[in-house]
Design a protein. Structure first.
Length: 203
């Protein structure tokens, strides 16, 4: 991937209303909500709200593409989490409420060659599980992968992820642009019903 800065994860809106991806407690379908959001210094404020930034970073051809959206209902707070398994394009997909944490998560996934990561802003920790085969699979014994993954999953739940969701693998479907309603890919927010890209800004 190209080098990024924390400012690359800013979401600048031209209106006070935004198109939000909503998630249910279970299942992989998403909805759409139009909500008023606050911004400061050219960036949407998500800390202290029930919103998160959702980011998709292209990881195959160094295009530098970063898809950005806002999501409600996932529950995670206090840093960033991400994974390099993201059907079907398998770019990096991240959730977070802090730009520096999103950058740290991206850089950690690059450092380990793909996998799963959680950045805890409060504790200043970065924890990850390496998936050394294309960022999708591990060459370690299954028992080891299960143990390492469970620690990260437990960490995600402790940071607020809805326990009715599979902490990481619910995330992997949020960029699969064939399942209604809204999905995020590296080129932007995609409306499956319209089968076209839609802006984050809403009237």
């Amino acid at each position: 991937m190209k080098d990024f800065t924390a400012d690359d994860f800013k979401i600048e809106l031209k209106s006070k209303k935004a198109r939000i991806m909503t998630t249910e407690s279970s299942g992989v379908m998403t909805g759409e909500a139009i909500m008023e959001v606050e911004s400061k210094d050219g960036d949407v404020i998500v800390e202290g709200t029930d919103l998160l930034k959702m980011i998709v970073v292209e990881r195959h051809k160094m295009t530098g593409n970063i898809g950005k959206a806002l999501i409600k209902g996932y529950g995670f707070k206090g840093g960033a989490m991400g994974i390099s398994v993201a059907h079907d394009s398998h770019n990096i997909i991240l959730l977070g409420d802090d730009n520096e944490s999103l950058l740290k998560a991206t850089n950690e996934l690059r450092r380990i060659g793909g996998g799963m990561v959680i950045v805890d802003k409060k504790n200043g920790t970065v924890e990850s599980v390496q998936l050394d085969i294309a960022g999708l699979m591990s060459s370690k014994p299954s028992e080891v992968v299960q143990e390492e993954s469970q620690k990260l999953i437990d960490k995600a739940y402790s940071m607020g992820v809805d326990r009715n969701k599979e902490a990481f693998f619910s995330l992997t479907f949020l960029s699969l642009a064939v399942i209604p309603h809204l999905r995020l890919v590296d080129k932007g927010l995609f409306d499956v019903f319209k089968f076209d890209f839609v802006p984050l800004e809403a009237e």
